[in-house]
Design a protein. Structure first.
Length: 341
């Protein structure tokens, strides 16, 4: 299949720049994966779509305030660093700007010297390994100095950083939010749990590869980025029990989907697992665990449009996206949601 097979036309004004005041006030387009039938609801209507015995799988990863703005030393030119992967011993793999000024040996300062750093080496893809120097706890310094690493298509400043975190986020490590979960409120989670829906948590630390465009003409030539993910024994048991009792496993977001599908046995059973995944899901893939998916609307020609097309069929997905455009849905990270069942 060609990358261009997953293109759709999106007016730029439909890209949501800010979150809604009410998390669960976003719109919800439902899509039957077998028939292509759609319906229009709101996210607070989600309990109408769930049944006792279902299991919601949620990604509890929390976004690092990973964007650091500082100066190059000496000379004081501007420097921007985006933390990607913790390589241990105070060394992080980072994206940097301006790249041509960030040669090995370059020294950086953030927050008036509260945090300093040295570029160690350039690695494949142009990223840098940077060693940081500081007193105290790195996460606390990041909370003080760092900014949320919003996707490149969001141009507005974010007034409240917590609106780019899910209400259940707890495991710090993502470079971008698992955005399908942004629609949930604590009250909505309590409501579905009271109905008899299991809540199960996985962790996948979202990398910026999520936003990397597919540049190859043939989709199979694209090299998928790797992300770290974990499934606890408790979550594995919840998924296995749901499957045995005839309930549906409903993943909240493509990150939860990729996590369970990465570690599932061929028969769909799960056990406690952790490690790096570069699973690439596109049409032809056979889902082992997932029955339904709650997800946002994704970028044209992206691996995520390919993933939802694997679940519901390319024609159904593109038709649903055209309908969402006609109905003026809000797209991408701060946009509206889909329920694919």
């Amino acid at each position: 299949m060609k990358t261009s097979d997953f293109y759709y036309d999106l007016p730029p004004e439909l890209i949501a720049q800010t979150p809604l005041d009410r998390r669960d006030g976003s719109r919800l387009l439902t899509l039957n994966k077998e028939t292509g039938e759609t319906a229009h609801m709101h996210f607070f209507d989600l309990p109408k779509l769930l049944r006792p015995g279902d299991c919601l799988v949620l990604n509890d990863s929390r976004v690092l305030p990973a964007r650091l703005l500082g100066r190059r030393e000496p000379g004081g030119g501007a420097a921007e660093v985006l933390l990607l992967i913790d390589r241990g011993d105070k060394v992080w793999e980072c994206l940097v700007r301006p790249g041509r000024k960030m040669k090995p040996g370059a020294r950086l300062s953030f927050g008036g010297g509260l945090l300093t750093a040295e570029v160690l080496e350039e690695v494949e893809g142009g990223n840098r390994l940077i060693r940081f120097d500081y007193e105290g706890i790195f996460l606390e310094i990041l909370e003080q100095l760092g900014k949320m690493p919003l996707p490149p298509y969001i141009k507005e400043e974010l007034n409240d950083p917590e609106r780019y975190q899910t209400v259940y986020s707890r495991e710090v490590g993502s470079a971008a939010a698992p955005t399908a979960g942004l629609h949930f409120t604590r009250e909505l989670l309590d409501q579905v749990e009271a109905m008899g829906v299991r809540l199960a948590y996985v962790t996948l630390h979202v990398g910026l590869g999520t936003f990397r465009p597919v540049k190859e003409e043939e989709i199979t030539d694209h090299e998928m980025h790797a992300e770290y993910c974990m499934i606890s024994q408790e979550t594995a048991d919840a998924i296995n029990q749901t499957k045995r009792s005839g309930g549906r496993v409903i993943c909240v977001g493509t990150t939860s989907c990729r996590t369970v599908e990465s570690w599932a046995a061929e028969d769909g059973t799960m056990k406690e697992s952790a490690g790096w995944t570069s699973i690439y899901i596109y049409p032809g893939y056979r889902f082992k665990v997932l029955d339904c998916l709650i997800t946002n609307f994704h970028l044209p020609e992206s691996t995520l449009v390919m993933l939802v097309s694997a679940l519901a069929g390319r024609e159904h997905i593109l038709a649903a996206y055209r309908e969402a455009v006609e109905e003026r849905y809000r797209f991408f990270s701060f946009g509206d949601a889909m329920f694919i069942y």
